[in-house]
Design a protein around this ligand. Structure first.
Ligand SMILES: [Fe+2]
Ligand SMILES: [Fe+2]
Length: 279
């Protein structure tokens, strides 16, 4: 006979299985910028633009998890989060933390070392980061866990598989794409580990609603982020041909801040005065 505890675990796992399916079908994961990697020609310059917007997300990711680690209500949940963090700090990437691995990719895409954080950011890239600090500090813990677990670790392998199709078309060498390829395996593991933390909590409707809410908040911000990246890529392609036409990606009116400009305002620095690093 099945015990009450076993029944709770299997119903939590059924909820998480459905959530995985919902995430796979979210427009933030299957955004046209990603799916068109299969159809459109791609150049290293396109990825230089993409990386200029994506790097600040990569560099802030561990800060969200570190904030959640402090708030995790049990040691078991802390262990699963810490396990993911150890990888993000470089445990399975020859000691290079993930932002460091990303910077190597940026250099291969033509960005000068030392200038990685000097690009004007699309408003939706800045909003993505601010929204995740808000989720991880102001929303209930399970909303935060939904955002970094299902919202990030479950969705990244699918998104990155699409990006890799474009990277290969653009002519990147295998070692230049290491940041992207290592996330296919690592984030499958990270997603599974965070699922173990989630199973512990997803026994009530309220808890499940919080986890799903966090995942959707993150993916909604992700969808807007990809639109912002697409706008930046398209603007690069058209600005020389149509110099009079402005877009959200252009600096019309007030200048767009760079990552270096916004660093100091972000939550982690305000609260702890620490350096940032991450996904
Ligand atoms: Fe990860
Ligand atoms: Fe990562």
């Amino acid at each position: 006979m099945t015990s009450v505890a076993e029944a709770e675990v299997s119903s939590a796992r059924a909820f998480l299985k459905d959530l995985r399916e919902e995430i796979r079908n979210h427009p933030g994961v299957g955004h046209s910028l990603l799916s068109r990697m299969f159809m459109d020609p791609r150049t290293k310059h396109d990825f230089r633009v993409l990386a200029s917007q994506h790097y600040p997300l990569v560099a802030n990711f561990t800060a969200y998890m570190e904030l959640l680690l402090l708030r995790a209500p049990t040691s078991e949940a802390k262990c699963w989060i810490a396990k993911v963090l150890v990888d993000e700090y470089g445990d399975r990437s020859h000691g290079a933390d993930h932002p460091q691995a990303y910077r190597a990719f940026m250099h291969a895409a033509g960005i000068e070392p030392g200038f990685e954080s000097d690009f004007p950011l699309h408003p939706d890239a800045v909003d993505f980061i601010r929204e995740h600090y808000r989720i991880c500090t102001e929303e209930p813990f399970l909303v935060g866990l939904g955002a970094v677990g299902p919202g990030h670790e479950w969705s990244i392998p699918t998104m990155f598989e699409h990006v890799l199709v474009g990277l290969r078309k653009a002519g990147f060498e295998a070692e230049e794409m290491a940041y992207w390829t290592m996330h296919l395996d690592q984030d499958a593991d990270h997603g599974d580990w965070l699922e173990e933390a989630l199973v512990e909590y997803c026994h009530t409707e309220e808890a499940r609603a919080q986890v799903r809410h966090g995942a959707l908040l993150s993916l909604n911000a992700r969808e807007k982020f990809w639109w912002g990246v697409l706008d930046k890529v398209n603007t690069e392609l058209t600005k020389s041909a149509f110099p009079g036409i402005a877009s959200a990606a252009l600096e019309s009116g007030s200048p767009q801040p760079t990552f270096n400009h916004i660093r100091e305002e972000l939550e982690i620095n305000i609260s702890f005065g620490g350096e940032m690093s991450g996904e």
